[in-house]
Design a protein around this ligand. Structure first.
Ligand code: NAD
Ligand code: MG
Length: 402
């Protein structure tokens, strides 16, 4: 008699060295009988990827360039690891679509996540989606690929995961849903005097009051562009028009989002602000597993408060709503211009409030058109990045004087 060991679910983790990558591996490590790692990918952080490979023994490790791959290879061979090393776009796409992998965790930051996440959709994978930029750039194309290839999309972004948990099971449209409400912490500058915002530093912008995240999404949280991108993400995930997607500032980050129904019921998902909860939910769906997150103590929190967002303070949120209403290529323009502006802010080439000005300037310069194909999307993306560079050169001069 042979004793069969149950097959583990094999994961590819795109962007394993980031914040979502760390949280995912933390959950995975708690369930070694249930999950194993097929591939880990990172951009340039070969040293951290090497540590992860030694701990989780994936079949493949994929990085962005030859030099990082060479270093990783040397470290892994010296440590006796059998993980194979590859680099470049083709290797990244293979890691996301290989027949040996069951589930892809899409946690690359920014537009770079689009192609590998789309490759996973076209391969019919179960996709745990953290990378919101893929849906923002090309929501229609991406959702079509998911449907046409029988892929399964499970939202990891905490708000979308919360809404997913509060919606009825079954296909869209969900009857009786009147609106969804995305909650937002308001970030580190919710109450700061607006006149002082131009002078804030990258470290201040990245010091989020409740969540620990990568630097790009941290800046997006401070401008509330993150919530804007999430409104667009929610539109594509849940098939609701912009006027049925609401944003509410909730500084305690305990209610992660809510769904309102025609009968007056409002369903909300609550929990500590720890990404391991939505990650564990998506990993185990439709079951539930331990995530390592302590249970919620409402008496300790005592008070939950809410306020409407102020578009004067957070112009990026309005820009995102406007882009969604405009449709076509506007969201892709918004996303690309924002990535370039955030990078310039993090490199101290422009002041904080110029991020919105750069995005608005680029949106005004690119006429709206259909985003018919992936080539169209990348053409728009490239043009918006070019224009953003020009806006930064124009607006940025003197921005950081003193
Ligand atoms: P991060 O910056 O901490 O990590 C990004 C990962 O992507 C790293 O592994 C990096 O090596 C990889 N990467 C970066 N550029 C790349 C490129 N050009 N090609 C290939 N790989 C590349 O980011 P994060 O905070 O983990 O966020 C990842 C994604 O998840 C983002 O889209 C973000 O919006 C989303 N998200 C994050 C959180 C969070 O709490 N951190 C919450 C919700 C959604
Ligand atoms: Mg979120």
């Amino acid at each position: 008699m042979t004793i069969q060991t149950p097959k583990t679910e094999r994961l590819t983790l795109l962007g394993s060295t980031g914040s979502i990558g760390d949280s995912t591996l933390d959950v995975v490590a708690r369930h070694p009988q249930r999950f194993s790692i097929f591939a880990l990918t990172a951009h340039r952080n070969g040293a951290k990827l090497a540590e992860q490979c030694l701990r989780f023994a994936p079949e493949w490790a994929v990085v962005g360039d030859a030099a990082t791959a060479q270093q990783l290879e040397t470290t892994l061979r010296a440590a006796g690891s059998r993980t194979q090393v590859a680099y470049g776009e083709a290797a990244l796409l293979s890691a996301a679509s290989d027949a040996q992998c069951d589930t892809v965790v899409a946690a690359i930051v920014g537009a770079a996540g689009l192609k590998p996440t789309l490759a996973a959709a076209r391969a019919g994978k179960r996709i745990l989606l953290a990378n919101k930029e893929a849906l923002v750039m090309s929501g229609a194309l991406f959702m079509d690929a998911v449907r046409d290839h029988g892929a399964t999309l499970l939202p990891v972004d905490s708000e979308h995961n919360a809404i997913f948990q509060c919606l009825p099971a079954g296909p869209q449209p969900h009857g009786g849903v009147t609106k969804i409400t995305l909650t937002a912490s308001g970030g580190p500058f919710r109450t700061r005097e607006p006149a002082t915002l131009e002078a804030v530093t990258p470290d201040e912008a990245c010091a989020h009051p409740n969540w620990v995240m990568g630097r790009k999404i941290s800046v997006d949280s401070a401008t509330m562009m993150n919530k804007g991108l999430e409104v667009i993400e929610a539109h594509w995930l849940f098939g609701l028009p912009p006027d049925r997607i609401d944003v509410l500032i909730h500084p305690q980050s305990v209610i992660h989002s809510m769904v309102s129904y025609a009968d007056g019921s409002v369903l909300a998902q609550l929990g500590r602000p720890d990404m391991r909860t939505p990650i564990a939910h998506a990993l185990a769906f439709p079951g539930r597993i331990d995530s390592g997150v302590a249970s919620l103590d409402l008496v300790e929190i005592a008070k939950l408060t809410f306020e409407h967002p102020d578009y004067q303070r957070f112009p990026c949120l309005k820009l995102a709503f406007d882009a969604l209403r405009q449709g076509g290529n506007a969201s892709a323009v918004l996303n690309a211009a924002n990535e370039i502006a955030v990078e310039a802010f993090l490199e101290r080439r422009i002041g904080f409030m110029r991020i919105a000005a750069v995005v608005a300037g680029v949106l005004a310069r690119i006429p709206n058109s259909a985003a018919g194909s992936l080539d169209d999307v990348f053409e728009t993306d490239a043009q918006a990045r070019r224009y953003a560079g020009e806006e930064i050169a124009r607006l940025g001069a003197g921005a950081l004087a003193g």
